[in-house]
Design a protein around this ligand. Structure first.
Ligand code: AP5
Length: 227
């Protein structure tokens, strides 16, 4: 299955993508992670992307599109993938449609994580990432057993630079300005499922699994949490 996770910053896309990717054996492709890796390894792409990420702005389409193009043609993507954070503009969506068409494929599902702005701010201000393995925590909702230390590898936890309140406000503004139109775009394509993301992590996971199952069996989805 070829799935997109769409939604505002901090909606929980990465958290859900980790679980669904593991269970469904689909690679989790996060445009944000790919860009941050490029920044950390100081590649040419990383140097170009850094200032946009730090300001909470979208990295220019051509840079992101090239990264995604290179990734989705890899062998592990032949049976599908979960795209998290890409596309983020209607023009990126159109490029993705074209890329998949050339590969003889198409998107099966787009999950739109709808969440309140209060939740986004609470989630992003408390998010902590492991500097060593990249595991994702939250000081209140997904705490590590030892303060500031990763349970999985003992690495140090840090706060993403773009999770500071001023940058979060900018990221939200950019989301409303440039990404929200994708909801209509995919609704018109008939592949959009809205996930009520103001809920418990496990409840959201179950709702996503149910929606995937119904889509695979071509059955209508009747239940709470998915619209
Ligand atoms: P990116 O890394 O994609 O950031 P984002 O989309 O803003 O999303 P986040 O990673 O902030 O949030 P999330 O929804 O994954 O939430 P998470 O699961 O971590 O992009 C960063 C930057 O890169 C962009 O600003 C841009 O500059 C650039 N970029 C990336 N893609 C681009 C593109 N396509 N085009 C151009 N530029 C691009 O959860 C957040 C926290 O909440 C965690 O602590 C988690 O533990 C907790 N949590 C999760 N779910 C719940 C829940 N249900 N209840 C309580 N807590 C929860």
């Amino acid at each position: 299955m070829r799935i997109v996770f769409l939604g505002p910053p901090g909606a929980g896309k990465g958290t859900q993508a980790e679980t669904i990717s593991r269970e469904k054996k689909l690679p989790h492709i996060s445009s944000g992670n790919l860009l941050r890796e490029a920044v950390e390894t100081d590649t040419e792409t990383g140097r170009k992307a850094r200032e946009y990420i730090e300001k909470g702005l979208l990295v220019p389409d051509q840079i992101v599109v090239d990264i995604i193009k290179d990734r989705i043609v890899k062998d592990d993507c032949k049976d599908g993938f979960i795209l998290d954070g890409f596309p983020r503009t209607v023009s990126q969506a159109k490029v993705l449609d074209e890329m998949l068409k050339q590969l003889g494929n198409k998107l099966d599902l787009v999950f739109y994580f709808s969440v309140s702005e209060e939740s986004v701010i609470l989630r992003l201000s408390g998010r902590r990432i492991c500097s060593s393995c990249g595991a994702n925590y939250h000081i209140k909702f997904v705490p590590s057993s030892k303060d500031g230390i990763c349970d999985k590898c003992g690495g140090k936890l840090y706060q993403r630079a773009d999770d500071k309140l001023e940058t979060v406000s900018e990221r939200l503004r950019v989301y409303h300005d440039q990404t929200e139109d994708l909801v209509e775009y995919y609704k018109k394509n008939g592949i959009l499922k809205e996930i009520i993301a103001d809920a418990n992590i496990k409840v959201i996971t179950k709702n996503i699994f149910d929606a995937i199952k119904c889509t695979q069996k071509n059955r209508p989805l009747i239940g709470y949490g998915v619209v």
